[in-house]
Design a protein around this ligand. Structure first.
Ligand SMILES: [Ca+2]
Ligand SMILES: [Ca+2]
Length: 362
């Protein structure tokens, strides 16, 4: 049925009205780690009116340095458990990049100060508390749509869609899709309050963390935390994807994008904490949903030793880390700590979420 849908898609007028390129999509590339470079992860991009407006760009750049929206943090006490991440030195990136074009290398010495990090990806329940307390309206709600992976959509919704992302046709802009209606108006989060929130833009994530008196992690903090105290390993738990035949993250098993066997138990998002924590006690650092970071995107990195790096001062895209339930080695080998991808800050999708950090205990 999915193949039939792709055939239909091929004859449909493909508009790239919103080229939001979130996560791991597959790619027209062959099934090899190198092929993962073209997963279309960076194609999800809203063709926002006025995107060329230099004033708007400046505004976005200012927003990268300070929370876009500040809220009182009343009523959010204990909203999410945090764990202490002891600061230290680590090797960021890799000299054996799975996807060199993503700027995974070179490996470089970095120091990060101690901080606290949410143990879990921010859940629907937590995001719902934020919305109820503040009346915040997400960007996807303002735009009126968001990107949903076609493999998790019902036929009725799919039949009404006449657009797709040219470079990644499995991404469909779905009317009415947002954090509380993940697959469009007919869906809801009632039975997945303990799943990570999705369809949140970078600004939405910043707004939530600000409300909780927290902030997004820098890419360096995120990667340091991902490694869980291990040195130069691929994954938060080591170098083997499935030690002793066990799954350690919610990823994609099967042939992307046509068949997800769900061998790890989930074909979509999973409840947070469904897989083992890493050495720092953090869950789902790789897989489940991509996680926004504070940094602007660049693929050029200095090899000089850095302390608490925060990325370039400006840019067009924000860095996201960790891969998602859509990641498979053949198309999106991005569920490694050194892996990275990017999206425009206003992008949102059915596999992109976040977690917050704080320099002080919350
Ligand atoms: Ca899975
Ligand atoms: Ca994750």
């Amino acid at each position: 049925m999915v193949r039939v849908f792709f055939l239909l898609l091929a004859v449909l007028f493909v508009l790239v009205a919103v080229s939001l390129q979130s996560s791991c999509g597959g790619d027209e590339e062959p099934a090899s780690p190198e092929g993962a470079a073209g997963c279309g992860c960076d194609k999800l991009r809203r063709a926002a009116p006025g995107a060329e407006d230099p004033e708007e760009e400046k505004e976005e750049q200012r927003a990268s340095r300070e929370p876009a929206v500040k809220y009182t943090a009343a009523a959010n006490e204990g909203i999410s458990e945090m764990v202490f991440i002891p600061g230290g030195e680590f090797l960021m990136g890799t000299d054996s990049p799975g996807i060199p074009q993503d700027g995974e290398g070179p490996q470089r010495p970095v120091h990060v100060d101690s901080f606290y990090m949410d143990v879990l990806e921010v859940t629907n329940q937590q995001f719902q508390s934020f919305i109820r307390a503040t009346g915040y309206v997400t960007e996807a709600e303002k735009f009126g749509d968001s990107f949903v992976f076609e493999g998790i959509l019902g036929e009725a919704v799919k039949s009404q869609i006449t657009q797709a992302v040219a470079a990644a046709p499995w991404w469909l802009p779905v009317k009415g899709a947002n954090w509380k209606h993940p697959e469009g108006q007919d869906s809801n989060i009632t039975d997945r309050l303990d799943h990570p929130v999705v369809h949140v833009s970078w600004a939405d994530a910043v707004a939530f963390c600000s409300w909780a008196n927290k902030r997004l992690p820098t890419e360096a903090e995120w990667e340091y935390a991902c490694r869980g105290g291990l040195k130069d390993r691929l994954y938060p738990w080591g170098n083997k994807l499935n030690p002793k035949g066990q799954h350690y993250a919610n990823l994609w098993q099967g042939e992307f994008p046509v068949h997800n066997s769900g061998e790890d138990g989930y074909v979509k998002t999973s409840p947070v904490k469904s897989f083992p924590a890493n050495g720092f006690g953090l869950y789902d650092m790789v897989g489940n949903v991509w996680e926004w970071t504070l940094d602007w995107w660049t693929v050029h990195h200095t090899t000089d030793h850095q302390t608490n790096p925060t990325g370039p001062p400006s840019g067009q895209d924000k860095v996201k880390k960790g891969g998602s339930y859509m990641c498979h080695k053949s198309y999106c080998y991005r569920y490694r700590c050194a892996a990275r991808s990017q999206n425009t800050p206003d992008s949102s999708a059915s596999n992109l979420g976040f977690r917050c950090v704080s320099s002080e205990k919350r």
